[in-house]
Design a protein around this ligand. Structure first.
Ligand SMILES: [Fe+2]
Ligand SMILES: [Fe+2]
Length: 221
């Protein structure tokens, strides 16, 4: 795909994602479910995988921060910034599918966790807005990599992303994941792991069923 085609694809994604809510995204992915028994990346514990994805994300955010800092008084390494944007559009999207399609639906009847799920899904949309701003900034920096205003915007945007994700990841690792472990049974965890593995092997990864040992009331969890 040529660079101009990639730009068009990015613009389409930003437009599409900004108008597509989590439920619609879930339905789109559900229709793409593929069962594969070969070359599947095996995930044993879905929460270990989700947490590992968070660490990778933090590393890439630091890459973005350093690309912005290193550019002050010089030209931006646009390819380095583009690599981070590409990570957002591939790995972070997939991670959000793991959460929104394989984890959140299994907890949606849990009255203790439901408000947090709504907040986290909303934050995914807010993160996407920031990522789309990054995509636009890359277009500017590609043309003028020493544009001081754009470099300042890049620095501010990288800090905004770091701050937004720090809050989000803290809530997931500090509250959501331990809470989910407490209420989901082994069968639900196995199904999650299978869906996430399929997602990494090119399959759709399915969608989460009701599942869970006790999702109806917090008192029974
Ligand atoms: Fe998340
Ligand atoms: Fe997450």
């Amino acid at each position: 795909m040529s660079r101009s085609e990639k730009k068009k694809a990015t613009r389409r994604r930003c437009r599409r994602e900004s108008t597509t809510d989590a439920r619609a995204r879930a339905l789109l992915t559900l229709t793409a479910t593929v069962t594969r028994d070969h070359d599947v990346e095996v995930i044993q514990d879905p929460f270990v995988q989700l947490t590992r994805s968070h660490r990778r994300l933090e590393e890439r955010l630091e890459d973005l921060r350093w690309a912005a800092r290193g550019a002050r008084g010089a030209a931006v390494d646009v390819d380095a910034v583009r690599d981070v944007a590409s990570f957002f559009s591939r790995a972070v999207r997939r991670h959000e599918e793991d959460e929104e399609l394989s984890l959140f639906p299994r907890l949606q009847n849990n009255s203790t966790l439901a408000p947090l799920l709504a907040r986290l899904a909303l934050e995914h949309r807010e993160h996407l807005t920031l990522q789309c701003q990054l995509d636009k900034l890359i277009e500017t920096l590609h043309k003028t990599p020493d544009d001081e205003t754009a470099i300042e915007e890049l620095a501010a945007l990288s800090e905004a992303l770091i701050l937004a994700y720090r809050k989000h990841l803290d809530a997931e690792e500090g509250v959501l994941f331990p809470g989910a472990r407490a209420v989901l049974d082994a069968e639900a965890l196995d199904a999650m792991a299978t869906e996430m593995s399929e997602r990494r092997s090119g399959g759709g990864g399915g969608g989460g069923g009701g599942g869970g040992r006790s999702t109806a009331t917090p008192s029974s969890s």
